[in-house]
Design a protein around this ligand. Structure first.
Ligand code: MLT
Ligand code: ZN
Length: 478
């Protein structure tokens, strides 16, 4: 495995030059919706994860569920593997096509199909960009709460396939919570219309939830009915300079027990420094080891006084260093930008990324144990901490020193990776809180899911995808 995305080898697509599968796909989609040029193969064959050389055989651009169904039928007939592809913003290789697969890109399936004003729901094609869905909600004075830095390019189908989380999970839950209906084409080529947007449907196990978060190994999501919320009042956004992890956890508990919080994020000072250097801006708060970004919904002066009291008490105890309250929407956005730019900023260092979680109540001891593990390990490596600590979700990133090759760096990170995974097993935590498993973490799946669960997952895959053509190699260990 190499850690660089490189361009497509010249002969990568030649195997299917005149193949019957290609002829059938071309007859279905036409020349312009079956891409085989090197740029498209490189672009659609990769996501944002490092480590794999994209090698798809072609890229199909269907426009309807029926076309996706026909693609799956052709793929079954010719034993052609399929990689469902959304915005390809994933970080775990879930949308990588590196073994001659056909990429099924949903880019052209981005229409709003219907709006139900009584239910406050919309039905959209799966290729709709997440930010467009947020905008559709806003235009009607509604709200789609799932949000993250890549919402401008990720697609709703990809969000569903990975059960995307993001910054407001603490208040609204993951993507799963918003999906009231799904249309999927499974690996048999069957179209399943799941739950039909119903609020109540007690007719046995809900297959909708089986497909949400399944990373495309059972089928391809083509349409979704999304439950929207009434638009909330503009929230209050505060940024705190904090002394250390115990103080962050105390702040979290004080806020979450007395105020309605939408988000509770944290990041370390080196994360902020790197973001500020890139943006060319100054910090809005005094320098501190860590920062906590809190967004809460204020019911009025009483709540604002409570937030201020939490700050003053923390300051007195010496746990908090400073705080700033955004007084305009522009200031709120600027504070959020500091947090949301971290991932993109750090990508320049090709970091080794962790996306882990434990129950919030176990965070204090878990963080102590992780910190001890890190301190006992490779002290030369630079660590950057950030994440959705209010959900128990931490993104610990280790930066690659410039002089180290990708493979040498991976080797140095490996003992820590195993140590953290074992710790997660001990704490009944998750090796992937929100990014998914993909190719990157499938060998770590067993730290979070039991062998009995993994074998049940394999059995389910065999039912929905009897020929093993749907996103092979992803999620399940070999
Ligand atoms: C984030 O929280 O910024 C995203 O999950 C991306 C990342 O972890 O790098
Ligand atoms: Zn995250």
């Amino acid at each position: 495995m190499t850690h660089e995305i490189v361009s497509i080898p010249a002969d990568a697509a030649s195997g299917m030059q005149d193949s019957p599968a290609l002829l059938r796909l071309r007859a279905l989609l036409g020349e312009h919706r079956l891409l085989r040029d090197a740029d498209s193969l490189a672009r659609f064959g990769a996501d944002r994860s490092p480590g794999w050389v994209p090698r798809p055989v072609a890229v199909a651009l269907p426009e309807t569920t029926e076309e996706v169904q026909e693609i799956v039928r052709i793929a079954r007939e010719f034993r052609l593997s399929l990689v469902p592809s959304g915005g390809r913003t994933g970080l775990c290789g879930g949308a990588v096509a590196c073994s001659g697969e056909l990429v099924v890109a949903l880019d052209r399936m981005n229409s709003l199909l219907s709006v139900d004003a009584v239910d406050r729901s919309v039905t959209v094609q799966a290729g709709m960009i997440t930010a467009r869905l947020q905008e559709i909600a806003r235009e009607r004075d509604w709200f789609y709460p799932v949000d993250f830095a890549s919402s401008g390019s990720s697609q709703i189908g990809g969000n569903i396939a990975t059960n995307a989380g993001g910054i407001r999970v603490i208040r609204y839950g993951m993507t799963r919570n918003q999906i009231s209906g799904l249309v999927v084409v499974d690996g048999r080529g069957e179209v399943l219309r799941l739950n039909h947007g119903l609020a109540k449907n007690n007719t046995g196990p809900d297959f909708r939830h089986l497909f949400i978060g399944s990373e495309g190994i059972f089928g391809i999501v083509t349409e979704a009915t999304v439950q929207l919320l009434p638009a909330p009042k503009p929230p209050q956004v505060m940024l705190f300079g904090v002394g250390g992890f115990p103080a962050i956890l105390r702040l979290l508990s004080e806020f979450s027990n007395t105020l309605k919080i939408n988000a509770f994020e944290f990041f370390s000072n080196n994360a902020l420094e790197k973001v500020l250097a890139r943006q060319g801006t100054a910090s809005p708060v005094q320098t501190a080891p860590f920062y906590a970004l809190v967004e809460y919904e204020s019911a009025g002066e009483h709540d604002e006084a409570r937030a201020l009291a939490i700050f003053e008490e923390g300051l007195e105890r010496g746990e908090l260093v400073d705080a700033v309250l955004a007084t305009s929407e522009a200031q709120s956005r600027a504070i959020w930008r500091l947090r949301e730019s971290i991932s993109d900023t750090l990508s320049a260092w090709k970091p080794w990324k962790n996306d882990i979680s434990v129950r919030v109540g176990r965070l204090d001891t878990f963080i102590e144990r992780v910190s001890a593990l890190v301190a006992a390990g490779d002290s030369d490596l630079e660590l950057v901490w950030y994440g959705h600590i209010g959900d128990g979700n931490i993104h610990l990133n280790i930066l690659k020193p410039e002089e180290l090759s990708a493979d040498a760096f991976a080797e140095r990170c490996s003992p820590l990776a195993k140590g953290i995974a074992a710790l997660l097993g001990e704490f009944s935590g998750s090796v992937s809180a929100e990014h998914g498993i993909g190719l990157l973490k499938r060998d770590y799946l067993h730290y979070t899911r039991s062998n009995a669960e993994i074998s049940a997952l394999r059995a389910m895959k065999a039912i929905f995808d009897p020929d093993g053509i749907m996103n092979p190699g992803k999620l399940l260990p070999d």
